[in-house]
Ligand binder design. Structure first.
Ligand code: UDP
Length: 239
């Protein structure tokens, strides 16, 4: 008999860089399809999946702000990139054989349904993978914070944050050879030690609402199902 999934509902953060592959910019179709296949495989086991897409492969507001541009406008441009990624991922999920629905935090009715927790929950209960674009819909935030917020709103059991290292380290392991990896660490310790795997705002929200976050490497061959089944080296933030 197949093992019952450990989680009923998960929130997955898919960064822009997970879709751009080895390109500097945009979406590389093979990477997009690879990510979609992994997600579809897990969805078919009955786990309910909400996804927050990043947009760093298209545009980051900070890049314009750093050159003296208006941050509010620049961040709105950034959020448009996250919607582009959400649409692309939902298309690839549909091709991979699962139902997917895009919601946008910013109203754009001819492009996607407008996000409400009520509508997104109903879609999850109907068996859709929901793909959430537009971050939280406000400038000065990132999609990591959106992942924590939506995880809480949608009553997910855990947030999964794929990155380029296999967990949370005491320092950047790519720069400091003495950096050590944690199997488990509290939200508070991540914040106090300023371990910047996600924004402080994301960790604070998750801490205040008892939402665990699993940080793992996107390069691990076992992929998302391996992470959920505990076969992948990762760090659990929170209980
Ligand atoms: N953004 C925003 N508000 C949000 C989420 C994102 O203004 O709630 C903008 C911001 O400009 C950010 C860009 O969208 O730089 C892309 O998001 P993010 O940097 O989180 O993407 P990722 O690094 O995960 O690909």
């Amino acid at each position: 008999m197949p093992m019952a999934p450990a989680y009923k509902r998960i929130l997955l953060k898919v960064s822009g860089e997970a879709l751009s592959g080895d390109q500097q910019f945009g979406i590389q179709p093979e990477f997009l399809d690879g990510v979609a296949q992994q997600i579809a495989g897990v969805a078919k086991t009955g786990v309910e999946i909400a996804i927050v897409t990043g947009g760093g492969n298209i545009f980051r507001g900070m890049a314009v702000a750093a050159n003296g541009g208006d941050r509010v406008t620049a961040d709105m441009m950034g959020t448009l990139g996250t919607v582009i990624n959400a649409l692309a991922l939902a298309g690839a999920l549909t091709n991979a054989g699962v139902k997917a629905k895009v919601f946008s935090a910013t109203t754009m009715p001819s492009v996607a349904d407008t996000y409400t927790a009520r509508a997104a929950k109903a879609a999850l209960e109907d068996g859709y993978v929901v793909v959430l674009g537009g971050g939280i819909g406000n400038p000065f935030f990132t999609t990591d914070t959106a992942a924590a917020l939506r995880g809480i709103e949608l009553q997910c059991d855990v947030v999964l944050k794929g990155t380029n290292v296999d967990g949370v380290y005491s320092a950047d392991p790519k720069k400091d050879p003495n950096a050590t990896r944690y199997d488990q660490i509290s939200h508070d310790d991540v914040i106090k030690q300023n371990l910047r795997v996600m924004d402080t705002a994301a960790f604070a929200l998750a801490r205040d609402n008892n939402l665990p976050i699993i940080v793992y490497s996107l390069d691990d061959k076992e992929g998302l199902s391996g992470v959920l089944e505990g076969r992948v080296r990762s760090t659990r933030v929170g209980q």
